[in-house]
Design a protein around this ligand. Structure first.
Ligand SMILES: [Zn+2]
Length: 63
């Protein structure tokens, strides 16, 4: 039985303004790895200022 990998559309780019980084079909985020981390850190900071940290739909496969 072949395992099917979930992939995203080909040819997507990071939606961060000015970034032209192409996204892997295995990256289901809207941003490249670099900006995803930046945005996650920013959101974490914004969230922890007002509410307890909430675990989102982070890509757990890298762990
Ligand atoms: Zn980017």
């Amino acid at each position: 039985m072949a395992s099917v990998l979930k992939t995203s559309a080909e040819g997507r780019k990071c939606t961060f303004p000015g970034c032209t980084q192409k996204l892997s079909i295995y990256n289901h985020e809207a941003h490249c790895h670099l900006h995803r981390d930046q945005i996650a850190a920013k959101q974490h900071r914004a969230l922890s200022a007002t509410a307890p940290f909430v675990v989102g739909k982070d890509d757990v496969s890298k762990f």
